[in-house]
Design a protein. Structure first.
Length: 192
């Protein structure tokens, strides 16, 4: 990128800390950054009636703290144990970061909600099956226990990464399933 000729704000350029709110904002490489070109910066100032002074110091929340919230897992322990028996404990996640990282998209609305740490509509459990038989068992189990299934449209185009099935009970309990083609992406979604 060409250096600015005039004032340049001090952009946040550090890699997003692991399991931070800011890391959820990122797609792919957490250390990737794209600094606005000077003309875009000038346009933002002009349109929002701001000055360089507004950009000299940033005192807002950068989202570098670890994801933490107080929303307990509502899925019964026996259901979680069953999921773990099907795919293995290492592929069933219910920590705060795992739950939040799949609950929001990458729209500006979602990013602004994350920036303000607005946590809502999150799943209780994130499950990573990679075999057709595992999915069949999980879907049959969900049906037997009256846990409705929803397949979101926003994942259908990601052929390289698989698709997602969401299970949600009537009490707002959700379970996400990320179907990962392990031969293509062996560890893409399986971080501890």
């Amino acid at each position: 990128m060409k250096p600015y000729k005039e004032f340049e704000p001090h952009w946040f350029e550090e890699p997003a800390p692991e399991k931070s709110y800011r890391s959820i904002f990122k797609w792919g490489d957490p250390s990737f950054r794209k600094i606005p070109r000077e003309n875009l910066y000038k346009l933002i100032k002009e349109e929002l009636q701001m000055t360089d002074e507004d950009f000299k110091q940033y005192d807002g929340d950068l989202g570098v703290d670890e994801v933490k919230f107080d929303i307990p897992v509502g899925l019964a322990k026996e259901h979680i144990a069953y999921l773990e028996s099907v795919v293995g404990k290492e592929f069933v996640k219910y920590d705060d970061y795992s739950r939040l990282s799949v609950a929001y998209g990458k729209t500006m609305y979602d990013l602004l909600r994350l920036r303000k740490k607005i946590v809502e509509n999150i799943p209780d459990v994130v499950v990573y099956p990679d075999k057709k038989e595992e999915i069949e068992k999980i879907v049959a189990y969900a049906s037997k226990h009256k846990i409705p299934i929803y397949v979101p449209f926003f994942i259908s185009f990601t052929a390289a990464c698989g698709s997602m099935i969401i299970l949600a009970s009537l009490s707002s309990v959700c379970v996400y399933f990320m179907v990962v083609r392990m031969s293509l992406w062996p560890n893409a979604f399986c971080t501890a």
